[in-house]
Design a protein. Structure first.
Length: 334
């Protein structure tokens, strides 16, 4: 299958348009969308993702669905982050169940599976931190659902996959019992859909794994997220001072718990790009860096004279014979 580079642009977040990420799509596919900014995305630091691509006949589509964040607790407190929702999603399966109905209303869940390969990308996020009178626990879960739905009378199949970062604060306070507060942060989800029998999950996964964040954009968005985190931490400290007037110990616990949670914010943008990789690096003298990352699901990679790439499992593939165009076979970097 022949691939060409496409973009996930960020056109409004910084001084001038730039690519947030790049990826490879089969030749002939179309795409639209990117990173969007606005007040409606206050919960996710002012920006969000909405991007899709489709095959030439429109039968198969792939899409990046927006990231989201929610909170829940057992003491009826309102959400602490502006613009966020209160929701009961305590694991990735419950989140994906709700996301599936939002993406394809009326769809039926055919199958669910955990994605330990994606979870492994977030191994560094897992932690348990003892606090005065309590503990803060961070962990990540990833999963994928297969859905059945109808679209204009056609029997369709779809997949939706996501990774969620959870942070649970447990406080044992005298006279108040066990107080639990859970925050969930769902990274942008990956989806694919096609008529029943035509959904190529291998192709969808190869496209997903080809996504690579632009290092310049990644650095800027990390600085942006960190700045938001510092403001939120300062507001948390102000709230803690007010709470301290009635209960100084509980105020200190909440402030320390919030600080522990914010320490992981600078990793989130990086982990999005890392979680969506799963590629083979090939030596390509014509590429700007001398190498190119392509899907590891194919055995052979060729660079064509028009700048596109061909990935195939056919050992007998000959570019000029099969496509009428010269090409160079790429070697994997050891």
């Amino acid at each position: 299958m022949r691939f060409e580079r496409a973009f996930i642009p960020d056109a409004t977040g910084f001084e001038r348009p730039m690519a947030a990420s790049t990826l490879f799509l089969p030749v002939g596919w179309q795409w639209r969308g990117g990173v969007f900014w606005g007040q409606q995305f206050l919960c996710t630091n002012g920006y969000n993702y909405e991007w899709s691509a489709w095959s030439p006949d429109g039968a198969m589509t792939v899409a990046i669905l927006p990231q989201t964040k929610w909170e829940m607790n057992n003491y009826n407190a309102p959400v602490s982050s502006p613009g966020c929702q209160a929701a009961p999603y305590s694991d990735v399966q419950s989140y994906l169940t709700a996301l599936a109905q939002h993406w394809k209303p009326g769809s039926r869940i055919v199958n669910f599976r955990r994605r330990p390969d994606v979870e492994q990308e977030f191994a560094g996020f897992h932690s348990t931190t003892p606090m005065p009178m309590g503990v803060v626990r961070n962990w990540a879960e990833a999963g994928e659902m297969v859905l059945a739905f109808e679209d204009n009378g056609r029997d369709m199949r779809g997949t939706v996959a996501a990774a969620v970062l959870f942070s649970l604060t447990v406080t044992e306070a005298a006279g108040l019992g066990r107080m639990q507060a859970l925050t969930g942060y769902a990274l942008p989800a990956w989806s694919a859909a096609a008529p029943n029998g035509r959904l190529d999950t291998g192709l969808a996964e190869a496209i997903r794994r080809s996504i690579k964040a632009n290092p310049v954009w990644e650095n800027r968005i990390t600085r942006h997220n960190n700045a938001i985190g510092r403001v939120a931490l300062e507001e948390s400290r102000k709230r803690a001072a007010i709470i301290a007037q009635s209960n100084a110990e509980i105020a200190r616990i909440r402030e320390e718990a919030w600080s522990a949670y914010q320490e992981s914010s600078d990793r989130r943008a990086r982990e999005f790009g890392e979680a969506l990789r799963g590629v083979e690096t090939y030596a390509d003298p014509q590429a700007g860096t001398g190498t190119v990352e392509l899907s590891h699901q194919y055995d052979y990679a060729w660079r064509m004279t028009d700048g596109t790439y061909v990935l195939t499992n056919d050992a007998s593939f000959e570019p000029y014979r099969d496509l009428g165009m010269a090409g160079q076979r790429l070697e994997a970097v050891p």
